[in-house]
Write a protein that binds this ligand. Structure first.
Ligand SMILES: Nc1ncnc2c1ncn2[C@@H]1O[C@H](COP(=O)(O)OP(=O)(O)OP(=O)(O)O)[C@@H](O)[C@H]1O
Length: 142
């Protein structure tokens, strides 16, 4: 599988639980390099724009309220099959259904406060990385 990049967000619940380092360790152990990272407190506009595809869903307002409730950490992960690898590390959207040992099984408390986001396709990854980072902010190693 080719090297690719994906956008990951550590959501406000996981930042509040002080598990940023534990989540980063999982990325690193899976062979994903963190090639860009920043902590930010999303504005209403930033959260709405990021989740625009969910605009018509009944949970949209709650999702935006949650994502703006506290700081998040946004990062670009780089590695072989990074998109799928990150989705596997995250586990199912609903932590009750997430497999044991996944980030959501271990750190998420509900389907709203589910600890992490990860791009779900190459097209989403491209859009989402560009949403938060300029090319000059991404620092591949080696
Ligand atoms: N039925 C629901 N009720 C409440 N919140 C939901 C529901 N479905 C999804 N969400 C919230 O919206 C986010 C985006 O939904 P999506 O279906 O894209 O899930 P996902 O791809 O697993 O999560 P993410 O996009 O955050 O990686 C979810 O992470 C979750 O926080």
């Amino acid at each position: 599988m080719a090297n690719e990049r994906t956008l990951s967000i550590i959501k406000p619940d996981a930042v509040a639980k002080n598990v940023i380092g534990e989540i980063y360790t999982r990325f690193e152990k899976a062979g994903l390099e963190i090639v860009a990272a920043k902590m930010m407190h999303l504005t209403q506009e930033q959260a709405e724009g990021f989740y625009a595809e969910h605009k018509e869903r009944p949970f949209f307002n709650d999702l935006v309220a949650f994502m703006t409730s506290g700081p998040v950490v946004v990062q670009v992960l780089d590695g072989e099959g990074a998109i799928l690898k990150n989705r596997d590390l995250m586990g199912a959207t609903n932590p009750k259904e997430a497999e044991a040992g996944t980030i959501r099984a271990d750190f998420a408390s509900s389907i709203d406060a589910n600890a992490v986001h990860g791009s779900d396709s190459a097209a989403s990854a491209e859009r989402e990385i560009a949403y938060f980072f300029n090319d000059s902010e991404i620092c591949p190693r080696g």
